[in-house]
Design a protein around this ligand. Structure first.
Ligand SMILES: Cc1ncc(COP(=O)(O)O)c(C=O)c1O
Length: 496
């Protein structure tokens, strides 16, 4: 067994003392230069890319459960006109307003980094690159859309935005975006995260936001749930119900959403557009683009521009896409592709997506941002047509991969992108077996500086490799069909 093999085996074992196996000093061996590709400030993209005109078939519509017909339900009451136009845009390229670009330039373009030390530790012939979004003011990709949403709402005279947050990343981002454009911000934070992550709450409050644990007594939806179950730990579905209700009952307030919707995903394409330029500088092009999926925004932000290359036959080689989710919340790998509400209280219309059921209560896994019962409709469509692959990993194997990454690349990833790291490592190890020199690109969409409790639990062996049972999904789908006996008819008509 060669030196690199030995290291890799040790690194990827459960040995907690792997740091001792690592010696990256040169000591007479080949040098290992750092490979960071940085663009100039003025290379922040001037347009976002919208995938809708390039989809293999039209996106099924939202369905109004009252009429069983296509309809956006509450959407026109809670979003500004520009955002609604972007949601359904058939324009491929949408100009980024100057004021939004100015704010982006506070941290963009973000670096693209070749993971030379990780490659070496794995002994793989594959090249691994990651786009690092953790350098934003709040530590993730989320401000890319938060800033844009705050801007369009400000332009249309809105004074306050309400939103939900799971792990706190999205709430922090919208608080930041609102602060940039002089809006107030109210965040309903899933109760279990509110308790686990006080520093995220303090970050939001530092940006000037008000933060409530959800379910809260501030809304009808929250009060109803608390009455039935005072100890309810909360879920993203419940927090969305509260935020949407808040926006509906207050004239000066709109709703900001952190993922799932097309306009959010398209705002995130600055990630992939920059990455394309950076890969060009590196003289490479990815064979495989990997990202974690909660609602699907960070992964879409990275892969959409490469997908555009592929469908417009501009890609220099066949590029493939891999989405990664937790086994505790396997929306695509175990969920059903049908119509379901985006929230627990059923305020939103029925969305065409893979779902575990809108009444899903997630097990308390640490990747809080990946605990949503549904997924972006574009991801569902592309998964169903075979344009992207999906894989699920449990949190223990994910944290093992994160540890390997930390001890080679030196960055502590958020638990969400650690799922992408796990997939990148597995793909690189496959290359080691086959000898393929694949180029792998993944989205390191946030740092884990507020996730130390998760790392503490992992290091002390407390994390459990939880798998969401298929039976629970079946039961949730039965409840959904009982609620809407016409569901299969509508599904057949629009989804097929
Ligand atoms: C760091 C990070 N990554 C990923 C996600 C998942 O969301 P999405 O799939 O929309 O990127 C979240 C959600 O909060 C997050 O905070």
């Amino acid at each position: 067994m060669c030196d690199a093999d030995l290291k890799c085996t040790k690194l990827y074992s459960k040995d907690l003392n792997i740091a001792f196996m690592l010696d990256f000093s040169n000591n007479g061996r080949e040098a290992m230069p750092s490979k960071r590709i940085i663009l100039d400030e003025d290379e922040v993209p001037k347009q976002w890319y919208c995938i809708l005109p390039d989809l293999p078939k039209p996106l099924p519509p939202f369905i109004d459960p009252q009429t069983k017909e296509p309809g956006g339900g509450v959407a026109p009451k809670i979003f500004p006109k520009q955002i609604l136009a972007q949601e359904f845009s058939q324009e491929r390229w949408i100009d980024i307003p100057g004021e939004v670009r100015d704010v982006y330039q506070m941290w963009r373009p973000t670096p693209l980094i070749r993971a030379v030390r990780l490659e070496k530790a794995l002994g793989t012939p594959a090249k691994i690159y990651y786009k690092y979004e953790g350098v934003s003011p709040t530590g993730s990709h989320k401000p890319n859309t938060a800033v844009a949403q705050a801007y369009y709402n400000m332009k249309e005279g809105i004074k306050r935005l309400a939103t939900e947050t799971g792990a706190g990343q999205w709430g922090s981002a919208l608080s930041f975006g609102c602060m940039m454009f002089g809006l107030k911000c109210t965040v309903y934070m899933v109760k279990v995260s509110y308790q686990q992550k006080p520093y995220r709450r303090i970050m939001m409050e530092s940006f000037g936001a008000e933060v409530y644990p959800s379910p809260s007594d501030k809304t009808e939806a929250g009060r109803k749930i608390l009455k039935e179950d005072p100890d309810n730990p909360g879920s993203l579905g419940i927090a969305i119900s509260e935020a949407v209700e808040d926006a509906l009952v207050h004239e000066d307030t709109n709703y900001g959403i952190g993922s799932v919707f097309n306009h959010v995903l398209l705002h995130q394409t600055v990630i992939g557009l920059e990455s394309k330029k950076q890969m060009e500088v590196a003289g490479d092009y990815p064979d495989l683009v990997i990202g974690c999926i909660g609602g699907g925004s960070s992964f879409s932000g990275l892969f959409w521009p490469f997908y555009h290359d592929k469908v417009s036959k501009k890609a220099p080689k066949d590029v493939n896409f891999l989405a990664v989710e937790p086994t505790a919340c396997p929306s695509v790998t175990k969920g059903e592709y049908t119509f379901d509400h985006g929230d627990t209280a059923r305020i939103t219309p029925l969305v065409p997506m893979h779902t575990l059921g809108h009444d899903y209560i997630p097990p308390p896994i640490h990747a809080g941002g990946l605990r949503y019962h549904g997924i972006a409709p574009t991801i569902s469509l592309l998964a169903s047509t075979g344009h992207l692959r999906t894989v699920a990993y449990n949190q223990v194997e994910v944290f093992e991969a994160a540890k390997l990454f930390i001890q080679t690349e030196g960055i502590i990833p958020a638990p969400e992108p650690a799922h992408a790291i796990k997939a990148a490592v597995d793909e690189a190890l496959k290359c080691k077996k086959t000898g393929e020199k694949k180029v792998i690109l993944f989205n390191l969409c946030g740092h884990g500086h507020f996730d130390m409790q998760a790392y503490a639990d992992f290091l002390s062996g407390k994390l459990q490799p939880y798998e969401y049972p298929a039976k629970k999904v079946e039961e949730a789908m039965q409840r959904l069909r009982k609620l809407y006996p016409w569901l299969d008819e509508v599904k057949k008509k629009y989804i097929g």
